[in-house]
Design a binder for this molecule. Structure first.
Ligand code: FAD
Length: 295
């Protein structure tokens, strides 16, 4: 019955695995996976799942998730088809499924400064808004003007100051059933060469300092107030620490990477050990930035 309903409103799959849908490349089978055909279909699907008390989760580009090996019995909704964007005077309207690095490059070519800080963040606009993702002292809260939200079966616009943005946090953390449909981001005109140079410089820095050649979910921990998680991890001697196929990167110790057939269990064992040792040695509670799901 679930399958038949989802097939009416999108592209349905029963053979998807989190390991193929996340940048960390870990995680088990997804019983129902759907890519809704349109926003109306998404609305209908979510209303149906809520009425029937069926678990669901919206997936962006899977770049901040650590997913467990067990089967997820509910429905994973991909917003891949919400991938339109258009420039409107001094803003860009971008749907949730648009990938941030691609949009950053397009805007730069057209001479619009906006997403330079996000050009190396491998997420979707929906995921970036959800996380208030950021880098180089800039984050989504600096550029988001408003967000179109599917909230309690209604589409509404929320203004930037209504989104409770703070460090790697937004209102969506407190309302896991709300869905970001699109966002309007503020643009500033600049010479394309200037924007492209800045982006290239930042990508070069990322390549030099982050293990981009191996699967990861980015930084495992948030930086504690006034400090850096990687320094604390180095301080407890965990750079290079390994459990089976999961390793604290030698290149950047706040990245925990999958060197082969790593599992969420191994990943979390390392993360919890780091939390315990950092607490013991420094009295600081490191908070995970990556999200555990189905673990
Ligand atoms: C190599 C690498 C580098 C990274 N660098 C950075 C960095 O510099 N700065 C930074 O902040 N992050 C960084 N990240 C982490 C990650 O890219 C960001 O957290 C990003 O915002 C996640 O977006 P996503 O689309 O992949 O979301 P996902 O991982 O798919 O989902 C994350 C959460 O957002 C929710 N979500 C996704 N889309 C929607 C939507 N439309 N509506 C409601 N909820 C939604 C999901 O349900 C989930 O809870 C990095 C990751 C990697 C792998």
């Amino acid at each position: 019955m679930i399958r038949e309903f989802l097939e009416l409103h999108g592209e349905y799959h029963d053979d998807k695995y989190f390991k193929d849908l996340t940048t960390l490349k870990m995680g088990g089978h997804i019983r129902h996976f759907v890519i809704p055909n349109s926003v109306d279909d998404l609305k209908t699907i979510i209303a149906f799942l809520k009425t029937n008390r069926i678990q669901f989760k919206v997936l962006g580009n899977g770049s901040n998730l650590v997913c467990g090996e067990g089967e997820f019995p509910g429905v994973i909704i991909s917003l891949k088809r919400l991938c339109e964007y258009r420039i409107e005077n001094d803003t860009v309207y971008a749907e949730a499924g648009v990938l941030a690095p691609a949009l950053a490059v397009t805007l730069a070519k057209k001479g619009y400064s906006c997403l330079e800080f996000a050009s190396g963040i491998p997420g979707s606009i929906g995921g970036l808004v959800y996380m208030n993702a950021g880098a180089y002292k800039r984050s989504m809260s600096d550029v988001v003007s408003e967000v179109l939200v599917l909230k309690d079966d209604q589409l509404i616009w929320l203004q930037s100051d209504e989104l409770n943005f703070s460090y790697r946090h937004s209102i969506f953390h407190d309302h896991p059933r709300w869905v970001v449909i699109a966002a309007r981001l503020r643009l500033e005109a600049k010479a394309p060469e200037e924007i492209e140079e800045l982006m290239a410089d930042r990508l070069r820095r990322r390549r030099e300092t982050q293990p981009l050649e191996l699967p990861s979910a980015g930084s495992c921990f948030r930086n504690p107030e006034g400090g850096y998680a990687w320094k604390l991890i180095d301080g407890i001697g965990f750079r290079g620490h390994r459990v089976n196929d999961v390793e604290v990167s030698e290149k950047h110790s706040n990245f925990i990477v999958n060197t082969g057939n790593g599992t969420a269990e191994d990943y979390l064992n390392i993360a919890y050990e780091i939390q315990d040792k950092v607490k013991e040695q420094y009295g600081i509670k490191l908070v995970m930035e990556v999200e555990k799901f189905n673990c």
